[in-house]
Design a protein around this ligand. Sequence first.
Ligand SMILES: NCc1[nH]cc(CCC(=O)O)c1CC(=O)O
Length: 316
Amino acid sequence: MTDLPILRLGTRGSPLALAQANEVKRLLAAAHEELAQDDAIEIVVIKTTGDMIQDRALAAIGGKGLFTKEIEEGLQDQSIDVAVHSMKDVPTWLPEGLEISTVLEREDPRDAWFSNKASSLDALPQGAVVGTASLRRQAQIKARRPDLEVITFRGSVQTRLRKLAEGQVDATLLAVAGLNRLKQSELITAALSIEEMLPAPAQGAVGLEIRSGDSRVRSYVDAIHHLPTMQRISAERACLAELDGSCRTPIAALAEIEGDQLYLRTLLASTDGSQIFRAERRGALGDAEKLGRSAGQDLKEQAGEAFFKELEAQQL
Ligand SMILES: NCc1[nH]cc(CCC(=O)O)c1CC(=O)O
């Protein structure tokens, strides 16, 4: 008999994070007979800095890894074997000795639109109020509709939808993937098109982080890896890394697979949406990172040094 649990999965405790961890557990149990027995996989809930801060805009606090640091510490001190993350929240630089070994097949990467006033961003009345804490969403909304007022808006899916129902805002946005994973897709008014709202790098992808040297754990997680998702998010995250983007920089990127090619669209914006830069690349699947870095360099050159200086100044 093996000692139980065989694998401990570390995750945040939000309803979405738990849904993701349970999906990982289900896939692992389906792939390995010994993991299908009761208590073979334990889900360990870990509170992160990002979970403790509810009253301020995350962007204002800054810092990378707000939703991942404490979970990574669990990997390092051996209290968990696998960290389950929304890849959107994972910094491009990982601590020494840890790696993203595995990604699940990507969910819908688009942003969802919620409003009782209008079925799309373009249809909102003049001067309406949109709630979001994401600088990426804020910048793209302001670029398309400078007349709208964007206010900072946080909390769980449930909290945000209650605030919308109470009329605190006229519309809000959330990742479609989150609603799908929570089995609450019916609450979505509409999915925004990629042209209206380019998603965050790796939006809709769940990733597993492990200790690089842990071959025992690696042999389990390898069975649930989805290579096309890894190729897509590698391109997107390479662009992010090139821009050294923290969650304080409005950056968007989406790579899609067309035959044997990767089609990457990227965007860098000023927070107020007055400046928007875009770069696109097409190339071989095996060149995902190269394409991402190249798009990132392109955006950097378009924006120029002054753009980054100003961004920094705004955030001091
Ligand atoms: N930053 C929070 C976060 N991280 C991942 C998701 C959604 C799920 C996903 O993108 O996989 C969300 C919430 C949201 O943006 O609606």
